[in-house]
Design a protein around this ligand. Sequence first.
Ligand code: AMP
Length: 469
Amino acid sequence: MLAEIKGINEECGVFGIWGHERAAELTYYGLHSMQHRGQEGAGIVVNDGMELKAHKGLGLVNDVFKHANFSDLTGNVAVGHVRYSTQGGKGVENVQPLLFRSQTGSMALAHNGNLMNEQKLRGELEDEGSILQTSSDTEVLAHLIRRNGMETNEESISSALNKVVGAYAYLILKEDKMFAALDPSGIRPLSIGKLGDAYVVASETCAFDQIGATFIREVLPGELVTISDKGIESTRFAMREQRRMCAMEYVYLSRPDSDLNEVNVHASRKRMGMELAKESPAEADMVIGVPDSSISAAIGFAEESGLPYEMGIIKNRYVGRTFIQPSQELREQGVKLKLAPVRGIVEGKRIVMIDDSIVRGTTSRRIVQMLKEAGAKEVHVRIASPSIQNPCYYGIDMSTRKELIAANNSVDEICEIIGAESVSYLSIDGLEKAIIKDKTLHQGICAACMTGNYPVKESGQTEISYTRC
Ligand code: AMP
């Protein structure tokens, strides 16, 4: 089953705006602020009230819209998407929003997340005569919505959403309405904001700040929000469950200036560092963080431990994320291109090196090696999240089990592999303390990649099987 899921894993960002004369341009800026969520492709579908028009392509937001003429993308409504897929399906046909046209009108879909029963649903649709053009699970939802010639409305969307299993944040656009939907466990983030009279929906609140919009509220788990010229309406397609926001959004994926479930990402990372310092202190001269995602946790560790925070590693900001490299060899090269030690700072020193997470172990191993080559006397690796031992089925590129270093090695073995003096991870308790303000129904995280406790399973499934990893 994993193989099915691996092919369609996506860490993406969605953005939508209703009721602003510069809709496409603001969507461009919104997507730009969420570029970290996907660098493979980007697209905007604009709605002038009569017709939906798409502009999309492979590459960064800037590249895709370099030659776009925004005066051609007129309309008060737009949805946009940045895409990152892990394997296969990298063609331009999979770049979102997907746009479908039919006799009764058009529909555009933008999706962040992953459907676990995509293959099954695809098979059923094909048996019924549907011909799908992409390998994207987003197209499956589109076919489910329009099944039996149904119109795109709250009823058909709710019925389609009740057939899919997984983690998802959807934006769906038709000529007279925009819909936003979140999975019943609220695993992926999705917020609503306002800019003057216009409504804005985005994966991360940093997109609101970018365009000067104000946060109103989160889309709730199992909620379908309808935005139109009449304003905003809400229905439920599923019973609200305990919120299980993806822990990796806080640990690594989201921007530090974003608030997820009303918890600021930087502040939560700082608390992760503080908890880590309490749990696993180290005798050292300084604390350094792996830029950029570990800086907040390193600051927290330094503050709590009383050790000075130093800039021991610098980042070449013109190199993309290392995960984007498809092969291990390129990934290793990527780390070296991206990060460099500051010799004058680390030479002869005992260092606490904070990273937000270890997945395959490539980054930590290369950095410890670099620091030692630059003369560091000792390197104590402290990881600001629990060890990742299980694949993610909900949209984070978390590799197969056999690639996850912590799934196959003890902490002592990892320490030896990466060549550090010591290695410690944050505990699950520490992670929860750092993220969850108060344990109500509204709060809660999915940490399945760390605990193996998967909140969403296909029906009848008691265990998630790893047999095809
Ligand atoms: P690795 O080198 O495979 O151990 O990956 C760990 C590094 O990748 C850490 O420094 C994280 O900042 C980053 N990272 C963690 N999870 C992800 C992810 N799902 N996608 C991309 N990068 C990640």
